[in-house]
Design a protein. Structure first.
Length: 412
C-alpha cells in the first residue's frame, strides 16, 4: 500500500512542491521524494490552501485548481507504482514518473482518417459534459445523412472549400438555418484541427475555410415586460415557472445552473446576500449578489427557491406565462417547426411570430445582459454571464461597431 503527500520545502516566496511517496515492502518502510513542476506561493500553501470553505472566491478557485492538479499527479504516481515491473523504487524512479506525467511517452496508435470515425475517437477520449456530447452527436448524425446523400465517405484531408460548399448546399436543401450550418461546420473544423495536432494530414485550405454566421434577432424581455409578467395572475404551476423566469432575468445564469439553486447556497457578508454555486458548463465557482427582485421571490417562499422542473416543462410554461402577460406582439425570430406535416423532422425557421412563442429558457440570461448593459460596468456583467471576452459578450447582446460608436457619441 502506498500513499502520496506534498510538501513545501523552501525558504523562497515561491517554489515547486515536493511530492513524497511512502510505502511499506518486506516489512520495511520507505519514503522517497522528488520535485514537481507545480510552482506555489509559500504564503498560499501555508496559510490559505487548507482553509475550509473560504469566502474569498479567488482562494476558493485556486484551491480547486491546485487540488485538481495534485490529484492528477497523485493518481499518475500511484498507478505507475501499482503497475511497476521492478522492485527498485527509488528517487530516480519517482523522478522519472514525474517527468512522464508532464511529458508522456509517445504512444503510437493508428488514428482514423475518415471524419466520422475520428469524431467517435475524439469524443471517446474527451470527457465532455452531456450537452456538449449531444451537440457533437447532432453534427455527427447530420454528416451521416450527408454521406448517404452524396454517396461518399468524408476524408479529413478533403475538408476544404469544395466540401464546405457541397455540405452547405445539402443543409440548405434540407431546410437548415444558416447559423445551424455555421455551428455544424465549426464542429467539423474543430475535429480536423485536433486531427492535424495528432499528425493526420489536413487540407491546406482548412485554416481559411469558414462559414459565416448571420446576425440573428436578439429576443429578450425588457424591464417593462418583466413588470407585466410579475403582476399577471397565474395558477400554481405557471406561478412557479414565472418565479424561475424572474430569477433567471436577474441572475444571468443558464438553466443548468439556476434550476439547481437552493437556499443553502446563500450566505450573508457585510450586510449583503450572496449566492455561491459552481457553474455546470465551466466548473467555475461563482459568487453573485442577490438582486432585490430575487429576494422578493425568496421572501414569499420562506427563503426557498421555486420548485425545480424539467427543461421541457419550463419552456412550455414560460411561453404560457408570457402569453397571459400580454406579450403577443409580433417580432422577428426563429422557431423550430416541422418541415412537412407528419414528417417529424424539425428545423429552425425565420419569420415573424408572437413574442411569447419565441420565449425559451435562454431568454433570462440574454435579458439580464441586455437590460443591464450600460447600467453596470461591462466587466462585471461579463463576470456574471461567464463570457470569455468582451467581444463575445457584445456579440451575444447584439452590439455592433455602429451601436458602440453611437453610445460613445453620447459622451462627446
Amino acid at each position: 500500500m502506498a500513499t502520496i503527500n506534498f510538501l513545501y520545502r523552501s525558504t523562497k516566496a515561491n517554489s515547486n512542491l515536493i511530492v513524497r511517496l511512502l510505502f511499506r515492502e518486506d516489512g520495511k518502510d520507505y519514503v522517497i521524494g522528488a520535485k514537481t513542476k507545480l510552482d506555489i506561493e509559500k504564503d498560499y500553501w501555508i496559510n490559505k490552501h487548507t482553509i475550509n470553505k473560504p469566502r474569498d472566491i479567488e482562494i476558493a478557485n485556486k484551491q480547486v485548481n491546485t487540488n485538481s492538479e495534485l490529484n492528477k499527479i497523485k493518481n499518475h504516481i500511484l498507478k505507475a507504482f501499482s503497475n511497476r515491473t521492478t522492485n527498485s523504487i527509488n528517487k530516480e524512479w519517482l523522478t522519472k514518473q514525474i517527468e512522464h506525467y508532464y511529458n508522456p511517452p509517445t504512444v503510437h496508435e493508428e488514428l482514423p482518417k475518415e471524419l466520422l470515425s475520428y469524431i467517435d475517437s475524439y469524443t471517446d477520449k474527451n470527457k465532455f459534459k452531456k450537452q456538449t456530447l449531444k451537440n457533437y452527436n447532432t453534427v455527427k448524425n447530420l454528416l451521416i445523412r450527408y454521406e448517404t446523400f452524396s454517396n461518399e465517405t468524408i476524408q479529413i484531408n478533403n475538408v476544404n472549400e469544395k466540401f464546405k460548399n457541397k455540405f452547405e448546399d445539402y443543409c440548405l436543401s434540407q431546410g437548415y438555418a444558416p447559423n445551424t450550418i455555421a455551428k455544424a461546420f465549426s464542429v467539423v473544423r474543430t475535429i480536423c484541427q485536433d486531427a492535424k495536432y495528432n499528425g493526420i494530414e489536413v487540407s491546406y485550405q482548412l485554416e481559411k475555410v469558414r462559414y459565416k454566421y448571420v446576425k440573428a434577432e436578439m429576443i429578450y424581455l425588457t424591464f417593462e415586460e418583466l413588470e407585466k409578467i410579475e403582476k399577471v395572475e397565474l395558477n400554481d404551476s405557471l406561478s412557479n415557472a414565472r418565479d424561475w423566469l424572474i430569477i433567471s432575468c436577474f441572475t444571468g445564469q443558464r438553466i443548468s445552473d439556476f434550476m439547481k439553486f437552493t437556499k443553502e447556497q446563500i450566505r450573508a457578508e457585510k450586510g449583503k446576500s450572496l449566492l455561491e454555486f459552481t457553474q455546470y458548463k465551466t466548473n467555475k465557482i461563482m459568487t453573485i449578489p442577490i438582486h432585490k427582485k430575487v429576494e422578493l421571490i425568496l421572501n414569499k417562499r420562506n427563503g426557498n427557491f421555486p420548485k425545480a422542473i424539467s427543461d421541457q416543462k419550463y419552456n412550455v410554461f414560460i411561453k404560457a406565462v408570457c402569453k397571459k402577460a400580454g406579450l403577443t406582439q409580433k417580432e422577428k425570430g426563429t422557431l423550430l417547426k416541422e418541415t412537412k406535416e407528419g414528417s417529424k423532422q424539425y428545423r429552425k425557421q425565420s419569420g415573424v411570430y408572437p413574442k411569447h412563442e419565441l420565449v425559451s429558457s435562454h431568454i433570462g440570461r440574454r435579458s439580464f445582459a441586455t437590460n443591464h448593459y450600460g447600467q453596470i460596468p461591462t466587466n462585471f456583467l461579463i463576470y456574471i454571464t461567464g463570457h470569455s471576452t468582451e467581444s463575445m459578450f457584445l456579440n451575444y447582446i447584439g452590439k455592433s461597431n455602429k451601436d458602440l460608436a453611437l453610445e460613445v457619441a453620447n459622451y462627446f
